[in-house]
Structure formats: structure tokens, C-alpha cells
Design a protein around this ligand. Sequence first.
Ligand code: SF4
Length: 263
Amino acid sequence: MTEAPAAKISRLLIQRGRKLFRGPSQNLESTGNANADRMVNDLDRQPHAFVIACIMSRQMRAERCWIIPYEFKHRVGTFDMKRLRRLSDAEVLDAFSRPTPLHRYNAEMARNFQFAIQLIAAKYRGDASRIWANEPSSAELVYRFLEFRGVGPKIATMAANILARQFKVPLRDYYSIDVSADVHVKRVFERLGLVGPNADVNQVIFRARSLSPEFPGLLDFPAWEIGRHWCRPRRSDCASCYMRKVCPTAASGSLDTGVVRMD
Ligand code: SF4
């Protein structure tokens, strides 16, 4: 029996997602600064840096969000939990503000930072790795991230997905890790015909749940990767994309040049 195009597309995405998921643990290289990257990857000695970086991941490019723990450390001279805990609101805001704002929503993010440090200190005895210790269920892990100020489902599932996929943190299941439907994931789902034009975030999330119910977030990185490398907003390099033979958008464009113009 011939496989339907949508089934082929989801099969390819799931295959790519599984390959990445089963591969070796990978460090995040998100800032362009090796020292800053080392800090957010150091789950053993400063796991709170990873948590803070996730909390900062709003409305700015990833490079700028993920470098904030490193920048903050250099401004106050420490990233030690005991000393961070003793910083006043004013000191945290000052570090966020000078010499330049660390975040687009600086005052708000300073409050989120302060809240996160206090929560890690009070609930996890100063050790953020307790958030994901002892093989929690995916729902429990996402819930724990949702308890942080300023964290909604998108950031909570992103954090859980990175822990599972990149750092190979063991979890009891993966049901509650959704795709983080950012612009790349949304665009790729649309162009692959997995959702209709102008689908909203919830449609993308529930489509991923229907395609990969045991681990919807498995589709996150493959879709993001296609969007980041080939399926750009205004032009798509379909000739280089492994979806080119099954993609309805590619089929409707000029594949002989390898480029489909979207504008
Ligand atoms: S084949 Fe082209 S349009 Fe389709 S997902 Fe890949 S880059 Fe995008």
C-alpha cells in the first residue's frame, strides 16, 4: 500500500527526532561565547544557570537570553547560590541594568531571576538539579518549571525537552513534553502541510500530539532544524532539505533551481 504524504512526512520527522534523541548527550551551543556555553551546560556544578537561562528565554534571540547567567556572574562577581540568595531586589535589578540592560524586559526579568533563586533555595535546598532528579514523570517536570515566575507552558516544555533530548536526563515518560511552537516550528509545520495556513500555536501543539502521542516534543528539534537551516521565512533552500520529496510546498515551487521563493 502506498504511504499517504502526511504519514511519510511525520514518519521522516519522527525518525530524525528519534535519531537525535538516541544520540549521545550534546552540549548546548547557544551564545557564541564558549565560557557562557560552558556555564549553562554545567548541570553538575551550577544547574541553576541552565534554569535561569530557560527563564530568560523570552522575546529575544536565544544567544542574548542564554548568555545572561554569564553576564550576571561577571557583574556581581559570583554565581554561587548562597551568595545569589543574599542579593536584594535592588542589587539584582542594578546588575540587570548596568552598564546595559541584560534583557528587553529588564525589570520583569530581574524579578523573575530573584524569584527563581529564592524558589531554588527554598524548595530544592539550593540545588536546581533536584528539579529533575529521581526520574520524574514529564508532567511533574513540566509542572515544576511552571512554578517559576514568568514561565509558561512554552518555556516549561522547552526546558523539559532540552533536559531529555540534549542532556539525556532520565524521565519516567515523555507524554507531557510538547513542541515549543516557535516561529520556525510553526512555519515548517505549515509548509509541510501538517497544519493549515495561519494555524495558531495550539493547533501546532495538538497536531504534534496527534502525530507523536508518546512524545510530542520529539518533533520539536527536527522541525526547528529544518526552519533554521533550509526553510527560511522568505526563501527556502528546498534542494538541501531532506523533506523535499514529500513536501507540498516544495512540489508547488521551482525545485529545478533548488529554491522556492515564498514572497
Ligand atoms: S522542502 Fe522546502 S518548503 Fe518544504 S520544508 Fe523543506 S525547505 Fe521548507
